[in-house]
Ligand binder design. Structure first.
Ligand SMILES: N[C@@H](CCC(=O)N[C@@H](CS)C(=O)NCC(=O)O)C(=O)O
Length: 289
């Protein structure tokens, strides 16, 4: 049994597939930092029942949370969790590399520019796959956004220009650097991978068309492969790594091969206007899946 127990969100119709962007920020941070963990899966209905009994703070029940058996602490919220992990596991690869602020800035840029187009591409899939929570998911989200889920979802191609616009500055950076904030993978890569994994797991064909194939080069594909050790590891692999660690002192993140980089032409701006709903302050808060 691992020191860390991590709570993830299960969609009844999908089984144990990690899909949720907020929980994946924590899953991928644990992977980045090479920290073994056990996953407890909760459905939407179970989140409301189980999380308050764990956190005991009265805060809105959300996942991710982690429980640390060594310190008996329970931490809620992916940002709080990564900060806790930085302190609690000082010998693990860092998520911030001494520059927490730039990673936080990137996170908020992703929430603003990447999250919403992806949310709209997958919202019907999530709504249809959450079993007994289906009606409640529809009612709450339709209430937040004051429109039907179908209207919110629109057609995937409606949201592709906004997603491309959000990816453009990242694509530019990745022409020159292997990772989002430079030469080492960190929280920024974790956050981006979590957002893109949301689309990849629920709509792989849209992930291919609107992320991997959206620019005329392999820059994003190469980054996606480079950070596979963050987004493809599950707890079984972390147990294997744990064993390997006792026989080798090279962290997997250091062992990860870095590709070479060539200057390539940028893509043209789309000039698409953001949808009005995106400007509503509660819109970001309420994409809570
Ligand atoms: N800022 C929080 C957001 C957490 C959040 O909204 N989690 C969603 C899943 S991604 C949730 O638990 N939703 C439960 C619900 O809507 O009932 C974080 O980063 O951890």
């Amino acid at each position: 049994m691992s020191r860390i127990t991590y709570y993830d969100l299960e969609l009844e119709d999908l089984g144990k597939v990690y899909w949720s962007r907020n929980t994946c920020k924590t899953r991928f941070a644990l992977n980045l930092k090479n920290i073994p963990y056990d996953t407890e899966w909760l459905t939407f209905n179970e989140v409301a029942k189980v999380i308050p009994s764990k956190t005991k703070t009265g805060a809105r029940p959300t996942v991710p949370i982690i429980e640390d058996k060594e310190t008996q602490k329970v931490i809620q919220d992916s940002w709080e969790i990564v900060n806790y992990l930085e302190e609690a596991f000082p010998d693990s690869p860092s998520a911030f590399h001494g520059n927490q602020g730039i990673h936080k800035f990137f996170q908020s840029q992703c929430e603003k520019n990447i999250a919403f187009p992806i949310f709209k591409m997958v919202v019907l899939t999530v709504g249809n796959a959450c079993g007994p929570f289906k009606q409640s998911f529809r009612e709450t989200r339709e209430g937040y956004f004051n429109m039907s889920l179908e209207k919110l979802a629109g057609q995937p191609e409606d949201h592709a220009p906004d997603l491309k616009k959000g990816l453009e500055p990242i694509h530019e950076v990745l022409k020159s650097y292997p990772f989002v904030t430079g030469n080492q993978a960190g929280w920024a890569d974790v956050v981006l991978a979590a957002h893109l994994n949301f689309l990849e797991k629920l709509k792989p064909e849209l992930f291919q068309a609107y992320v991997l194939d959206v620019f005329d080069d392999d820059i994003l594909l190469n980054w996606w492969k480079r950070v596979e050790y963050i987004h493809q590891i599950n707890e079984f692999l972390t147990q294997v790594l744990e064993k390997e660690k006792s026989t080798s002192s090279t962290p997997i993140s250091e062992a990860n091969e870095q590709n070479s980089f060539e200057e390539e032409d940028g893509e043209e701006e789309d000039g698409e206007e953001a949808l009005e709903i995106e400007n509503r302050p509660e819109a970001l808060e309420n994409q809570n899946c």
